[in-house]
Design a protein. Structure first.
Length: 131
């Protein structure tokens, strides 16, 4: 799937992160990028429409990104998922989450924008899956 056709949802409680990723993606021709300010809003958006890729932060107030993953699994949401978080070492958290959720990609928020874009492109070229 090409960037112009991809529907991407970013779920992160930090406005600066949401805005910078949205701007980055639009500069890379990912024109159909939406953002949710928290897990609840993100889950509501996913119930209203289908996304090709969801990028979710783990640590958010009130409802965590981990809860989003649990709900996606429970609802059998078929999409690509990238966990994009500042907590812990990707090797530790990535392995723990990968045991519970098939196909999950874990990226630290410290990765460069080009690395994030490459992972997004890679995820969009794979078939959607259910966690």
């Amino acid at each position: 799937m090409g960037p112009k056709d991809a529907k991407i949802l970013i779920i992160d409680d930090e406005a600066e992160v949401r805005d910078s990723i949205t701007l980055l993606f639009k500069s890379q021709s990912f024109k159909n990028t939406q953002a949710a300010k928290d897990a609840k809003t993100g889950l509501e958006k996913m119930q209203q429409e289908d996304f090709d890729l969801v990028i979710v932060d783990l640590m958010m107030p009130v409802v965590s990104g981990h809860h989003v993953l649990k709900e996606m699994k429970r609802l059998k949401t078929k999409t690509g998922v990238i966990v994009y978080s500042a907590i812990g070492l990707p090797e530790v958290f990535g392995q723990d989450l990968s045991k519970s959720y098939k196909g999950l990609v874990f990226l630290s928020k410290t990765v460069t924008p080009s690395v994030l874009v490459e992972h997004v492109k890679d995820a969009l070229h794979k078939p959607a899956y259910t966690l």
